[in-house]
Design a protein. Structure first.
Length: 196
């Protein structure tokens, strides 16, 4: 190898090395999803705050479709669940909100709102169970041919209802006595003096 060839080889190696070092020193560019997420979330929250839940859901869904598999796409699922659980959201429901939160929590990646999602999920599940219980009780009452007879019913809740009824009756009787005494006092005070 000649001296000129060795110098050229060293120059090439130095150039390649400097390009590699320069590339290593440059910070990784922020992925598009990470840079777009704050604006998308702010816009979705603003729309939800105005009661435009379908527009908010659409923004979040579109973001998740454009950036599948990214951390912000998973966070979009959390916010969809939150907005779908909102009682003022006419197109939302407990079932679809729970579904979104379940999908969010099922993702293996780190979550920004795992505790919030689990708490909301438990609250929504309890509300769902209470709604189902109330609906079945309402159906049972409406399908019953006659109202239950509390005097002969031996179930604990019937005894509780009977004792509550007895307490209500006692309080009504006391109120009636107090009202009668008040009327007697009013009549006595309305009489002219000296007519006892």
């Amino acid at each position: 190898m000649t001296t000129g060839s060795a110098v050229r080889l060293l120059l090439v190696l130095a150039a390649v090395g400097s390009v590699g070092c320069a590339h290593m020193l440059r910070p990784n560019p922020t992925p598009v999803a990470d840079s777009e997420w704050p604006r998308t979330l702010a816009a979705a929250q603003e729309r939800a705050g105005r009661g435009e839940f379908e527009a908010a859901d659409s923004l979040l869904g579109q973001f998740a479709r454009l950036h599948p598999g990214t951390h912000p796409a998973n966070e979009a699922m959390f916010w969809q669940g939150v907005f779908r659980l909102d009682p003022s959201n006419r197109s939302g429901s407990l079932a679809v909100g729970l579904s979104a939160l379940d999908a969010y929590l099922a993702d293996a990646r780190p979550h920004d709102h795992a505790v919030e999602a689990m708490t909301l999920r438990r609250v929504a599940a309890q509300l769902d169970a209470a709604n189902r219980l109330a609906a079945s009780a309402s159906v049972a009452v409406h399908e019953s041919p006659t109202a239950p007879n509390r005097a002969t019913d031996t179930r604990p809740e019937a005894r509780t209802d009977a004792s509550a009824d007895a307490e209500i009756k006692r309080l009504k009787d006391e109120l009636a006595k107090a009202n009668a005494e008040l009327e007697r006092i009013k009549r006595r005070l309305a009489q002219p003096p000296g007519k006892n």
